[in-house]
Design a protein around this ligand. Structure first.
Ligand SMILES: [Zn+2]
Length: 285
């Protein structure tokens, strides 16, 4: 491309012209954005130039009603606005773990229902039945290997193991230390609540029997992890949170907390310890 001006011939090179065009367009966009920002009353020193993504151009929500928006900190006036309803004293939010305070001294009183050979809290049992029915439709049969366990039953198992270790030649202190690696101290087991479900399949029960990480390789595990929160259950001891739970990864152990709590915990990757701490912060005593 070329043209004549006052008898001289000028050649136009496409690349510099294109670059000039881009620079001019850039300046125009920058000017228009600045003008719009002024009209809308944005902070002129704000991130609008460095951060061209959505937050600055989206209307601010008065409450964090949508959980997906709660991550943009400072947007919501109530940081706990999207927490599901519920108090720490609710039956489905009981926390039993290794910590001194998180135990029960006496048996809890609740109606029980039986699945396979095991009893559980009937309220959680209803949800389990719905989950088992849904799994069945996809060709997966669930089997409740372990449910409610009384404090005295746990005490019997615990003592028996301490005795086994003593019989192997360990001192009593050593026997207790070794037992604590595999047995929950009576009063602290989540199985006392009737809300803990050790779930496998009849095939796994028959072929493998022992509860170990091999269950994580089954279709049943994959189905449970994907769907359990829809029925109010959480995978209680996930692999990436063992430092918090103080319990090794247990692909078979599910805990009933209720749908809303379960879904919130899944969305925010929280274990029960973290979720209870959050409820405490929110003043849900
Ligand atoms: Zn368990």
């Amino acid at each position: 491309m070329s043209f004549r001006y006052k008898g001289r011939r000028y050649r136009l090179r496409p690349l510099p012209i294109f670059l000039l065009f881009l620079i001019i367009m850039g300046i125009c966009i920058w000017l228009v954005k600045g003008l719009v920002g002024l009209i809308r009353g944005d902070d002129p020193t704000g991130a609008s130039s460095a951060d061209s993504s959505a937050p600055s151009s989206q209307p601010v929500k008065p409450t964090g009603g949508d959980p997906s928006s709660s991550d943009s900190s400072g947007v919501s006036s109530d940081p706990y606005g999207d927490l599901p309803e519920g108090k720490l004293s609710d039956w489905n939010l009981i926390l039993l773990n290794h910590e001194e305070d998180n135990k029960i001294d006496a048996e809890l009183d609740f109606e029980k229902v039986k699945f396979d050979t095991q009893y559980v809290d009937s309220r959680a049992g209803e949800a389990y039945q719905a989950m088992a029915d849904a799994a069945k439709k996809e060709g997966i049969t669930l089997y409740l290997r372990s449910g409610y366990r009384s404090i005295s039953e746990q005490q019997t198992n615990y003592n028996a193991n301490v005795q086994r270790e003593i019989n192997r030649g360990n001192t009593k202190e050593e026997a207790i230390r070794l037992t604590n690696l595999y047995y929950t101290v009576p009063g602290h087991s989540e199985h006392h609540s009737g809300l803990a479900f050790d779930i496998i399949t009849p095939e796994y029960h028959h072929d493998v029997y022992s509860l170990d990480e091999r269950f994580a390789d089954t279709d049943a595990y994959r189905w449970l992890v994907e769907h359990c929160t829809e029925y109010g259950f959480i995978l209680r001891y996930p692999k990436d949170k063992t430092a918090l739970t103080q319990i090794n990864f247990e692909p078979w152990h599910y805990r009933y907390v209720g749908k809303e709590h379960a879904q919130y915990m899944k969305e925010h990757s929280l274990v029960l310890e973290e979720y209870i701490a959050l409820l405490k912060q929110a003043g849900r005593e």
